[in-house]
Design a protein around this ligand. Sequence first.
Ligand code: ZN
Length: 376
Amino acid sequence: MTDPMLDVFFHPDVLSMRVPDGLFEKPASPLLAHQMPFAEGPERIANIRAVLERAPSAHRFRWHEGRPATDAEITRFHTPEYLRMLEDADATGRWLTDTTCLPAGGMRAVRAGAGTVMAALEAILSGQTRLAYALVRPPGHHAARDVADGYCFLNGVAMAAEHARDAGCARVAVVDWDVHHGNGTQAGFYARDDVLTISVHMNHGAWSPDSHPQTGEVDETGTGAGRGYNLNLPLPFGSGDAATVALIRQIVLPALRRFAPNLIIVANGQDASQFDPNGRQLLSMAGFHAMAALLAEVADATAHGLLIAQEGGYNPAYTGFCAYATALGFLRAPLDQPDPLAYYPEDAAAAAQAVAALIARHPLLDEGGQWRPEGA
Ligand SMILES: [Zn+2]
């Protein structure tokens, strides 16, 4: 039997967008002698692609060309007014929030990012693959139906969830392990029980009353029919491999088994890595590898498979190594590349305590960490 492959979808247009240099993720500062590259740049994705192409298991990745998203695909999740606003902003370039800048012409990359997620979804729905990875930017999970936020304009994961439902998937689960709360996806499906949204993130709270009022806390559990179907799993700052992997094993896997989704979509960020400028978590390649292997195990039991969409990861070099480790985990292949940066030890006692404390205070989890939507 030949080894399973990971089908990777990419479109060169995703590299075409660049926000001008400034104070890391803000406009230029007059106090600086040298401005910094904007945090969300093409290098991060170009480096993931390079590592996937050059690393020892490069033969396990099958490359496919993505495509731009159509208006119909976009407005299946986003409002037409919001899409018009983005197209307007695209003509001249505009800062939409404190940290979210659409540069002039940026919609070319934005549409290619979201459309390439749709192309990867189609490959799963048509039975061509069970494991598809959309290597895209800009990220999407902070974008709500009508709000841009946190470098995100179109929420490819949410668009894919809606289309999977339309295509006959009765239940879709989104597992978001970007280090930031997946607020746009949460908001989009907050009143729905057909799309289970799970977000594993650092405990950063709300960051803007306009673009990100959601706290990501455990008490945001859904509303109406969706009560119990939004599972926020915030971990304390400084949580590393041990806490995050334990949380996936102890809470996320049983929840997915209970929900029995026809499709699992992973909002796959690597900004929980220990060298990320935008995260305060301490994951290494080994942690990402273990998390992905656990997800792949559950996805094997679902009808259609696993759709992986790239989200954050802002150390332009280490993100490539961590994304490679994640990809090998999804393939359930051994890690065959040394971690160039994993030299900090972990606090094992703090890791065990972090998961136990989260379970103890979570309204949707019983004492064993089992998801109980009826508890909402
Ligand atoms: Zn993030």
